[in-house]
Design a binder for this molecule. Structure first.
Ligand code: SF4
Length: 333
């Protein structure tokens, strides 16, 4: 039986080939073999993370129509969801970060739209850093950057970044795939850990595309990889393409785990769910404020989960959650 050979190969520490990843992704979601893949990914994630899942918490410094026009994003100008530009005051930004820290988030993420001034991001980020416990892991989710700017993020007190080459980048977005890849190299050169993901997955993505993206994320030894499905933004052209099921997402999360080297201990999935957790997902996100997958200005009134609800989903999946700063992001310390 081919599945047993593939799982045995991965268990021995060998990496899987593109063809093997495609094979695993192509199994029917209700096949016994898919549950074997999910169980193996869960076993491996638990082993590599010392049995400790993590909850990271993200909020946006601003909400604004964004001219980068990524078709899957509610901030994209073309999607005509948000019309006013607003931004948090420094006090509000600090308060959100401190709330997440008090809630026990293992890392605090600050994001902005691509048009938010970088200097302002550094200024506000530095102020947030000064108001957090020195051990709290602070992460930036920003647009493409040069090495010089990546160093500025590090000097402002950020441990790492989230950065992804999104599926069909350059076709479903106006961003350059090469620039996305270059930025990942720049962040790493500046000493920032990069977390990433295979996202946003929709029903139209082929198993070959997914396998290629899994291999790309594995190629730069990220703090974590994982998989997230696309959430349709109502009324947009992309919403017509539909959404994959949580079970299909769980299958992709599991295959992504098996496609990563053992040095990558984190495996994220979004949005949080027990199926993703039992398929090897050991990183969820809590969110407040503006959220590119939501049409509510305050995602806590919409799709956003809290640190506590993310923890509860892990506990429902029989997984423990880490207390303290992220181990996924602090591998080198
Ligand atoms: S994903 Fe980022 S760059 Fe793309 S439209 Fe949304 S905010 Fe702009």
């Amino acid at each position: 039986m081919r599945i047993e050979e593939i799982l045995k190969k991965r268990r021995s520490g060998e990496s899987l080939s593109r063809a093997e990843l495609v094979y695993l992704l192509g199994l029917p979601t209700d096949a016994l073999e898919t549950y074997m893949v999910m169980a193996e990914a869960n076993r491996l994630s638990t082993k590599l993370s010392g049995g400790k899942a993590e909850v990271h918490a993200q909020y946006a410094l601003n909400l604004a129509p964004c001219s980068c026009d990524c078709l899957f994003c509610s901030f994209a100008k073309i999607n005509d969801i948000f019309h006013e530009a607003t931004e948090l005051t420094v006090e509000q930004a600090v308060a959100h970060a401190r709330r997440f820290e008090a809630d026990g988030a293992n890392a605090v993420f600050i994001m902005s739209t691509a048009g938010y001034p970088f200097e302002r991001f550094i200024e506000v980020g530095g102020e947030i850093r000064r108001n957090l416990h020195p051990g709290t892991t602070l992460i930036a989710n920003v647009g493409d950057q040069s090495v010089k700017r990546a160093r500025m993020l590090r000097d402002a007190g950020f441990t790492g970044v989230y950065h992804a080459l999104r599926l069909r980048e350059g076709t479903d977005s106006t961003l350059s795939p090469e620039k996305r890849k270059e930025s990942i190299r720049n962040f790493q050169e500046a000493g920032l850990e990069v977390g990433t993901c295979v996202e946003p997955v929709g029903p139209e993505h082929t198993n070959e595309e997914l396998a290629e993206m899994i291999e790309f994320t594995a190629s730069f030894n990220p703090a974590y990889s994982g998989a997230a499905r696309r959430i349709p933004i109502p009324g947009t052209a992309m919403a017509k393409r539909g959404i994959i099921s949580e079970l299909r997402m769980a299958q992709i999360v599991a295959v992504t785990r098996l496609g990563m080297p053992d040095s990558v201990t984190g495996n994220c999935t979004h949005e949080p769910c027990t199926l993703g957790a039992i398929a090897g997902g050991n990183l969820f996100w809590a969110e407040v404020g503006a959220n590119p997958r939501d049409v509510e200005e305050k995602t806590e009134e919409g799709r956003g989960e809290t640190v506590n609800s993310c923890r509860a989903i892990f506990h429902e999946s029989d997984l423990d959650v880490l207390d303290g700063p992220s181990r996924f992001y602090n591998r080198k310390r």
